[in-house]
Design a protein around this ligand. Sequence first.
Ligand code: GDP
Ligand code: GDP
Length: 433
Amino acid sequence: MSNIVAIVGRPNVGKSTLYNRLTESRKAIVDDFSGVTRDRHYGVAEWTDHPFTVIDTGGYVANSDDVFEAAIREQVVIAVEEASIILFVVDVTTGITDLDDEIAVLLRRSKKPVFVVVNKVDNHNQQADATVFYGFGLGEIYNISSMTGSGTGELLDEVVKHFEDVPLEDSTRPKYAIVGRPNVGKSSIINSLIGSQRNIVTPVAGTTRDSIHIHYNQYGHDFMLIDTAGMRKKTKVKENIEFYSVMRTIKALEEADVIILMIDAVEGFEAQDMNIFHLAEKNKKGIVIVVNKWDLIEKNNKTIKVFEEMIREKTAPFTDVPIVFTSVTEKQRVLKVIDVANQVYANRARKITTSKLNDVMLPIIENYPPPSLKGKYVKIKYITQIAGSSPMFAFFCNLPQYIKEPYYRFIENKLRENFELSGAPVQVWFRQK
Ligand code: GDP
Ligand code: GDP
């Protein structure tokens, strides 16, 4: 379970520069070739072994017109409600502006930790200018330069002290979160599953409950559904619908065992879907992709294959995620989604014995050993699964540092081919023996 850190502040103070600095070290290779990085406003970062999710609120408002300031104020309110920690970024070169003051008023009401982050303190002389920001009455100020990175370490040292270990509640039942962009059909599928039960299980509006948990117990299935769809009415500014939905999604994603990522067949698998996919992957969750509104697609006998390939290309190298094509309105394959989620849940919990792993994997490795490097040969001796909430495998060998990325992928693919792990995150480690 990780914590959510929201970066708020008016435009041009350096929020996205700070965001990039916080997340850069963990940027997955896959992000580079897909052109996703451009509109990525949330991601996983890590500081001294504390993983956390960062969200840059600046990504959610177009730099224009008069709804603008209202949208920023609303973002601050949403961030205060939804995030665990707020970084309030201001700009030392401009001092305190009216909008800064308005944001500070909202933040003073927050019960969550708020850090005043004075950015663009690029040199020593500017330290003195930064002291005006004590005027917010929000406590300590943290002088940083997002450009150079100076001060960010000290800031993060303090931030991680405020992290909470969110306990896993009700860990006996599988927890599934249905996530996706607005309008893909999340509420519809939940309604279709829960039917009239919904009114009984949905807590009233304004509840402090982080997300709505629905207990589903029918047709031999017993699990919790985490609903992110319910809350959208709360945003007054249209630009924030997506921001709000992302915040909800991140939280649901952290609570669930399996993520049911729903996309709209007409719109396809977009950058935002990709972001959610990566976040689920980085959080080691099981994943099921649901392509909904299948009724709206003109089909022939190749359509499913084409769609699947399009998605697999984007989600590589994690290519065995189950994909279910549904039409909620036509009641097609709705229960199949749950069957597949159950399967992925089982795959994520799968335990493979050491003898079975070695029987299957050692001959494969013998046929295709790691390429030699600088004249040295890696000898893999044995393999064992490591205890954990998702499948992790240790390959014991003489020179683990000589194994390169492509071989990790090869091994992961072979594990997926030979054992039932579809939809489950798989981690492979090479260790010294
Ligand atoms: P946002 O609108 O709050 O996300 O701000 P950006 O991250 O886009 O930054 C706005 C401008 O400030 C850009 O031109 C950045 O290069 C610049 N900037 C960001 N951080 C720093 C910094 O630490 N020092 C200086 N001098 N400029 C910075
Ligand atoms: P949410 O925002 O993800 O919760 O999406 P909703 O469940 O509110 O659905 C958005 C719109 O898509 C509604 O008008 C639904 O009736 C419609 N919709 C949902 N599922 C389907 C489907 O399978 N086919 C078609 N044609 N429309 C759908």
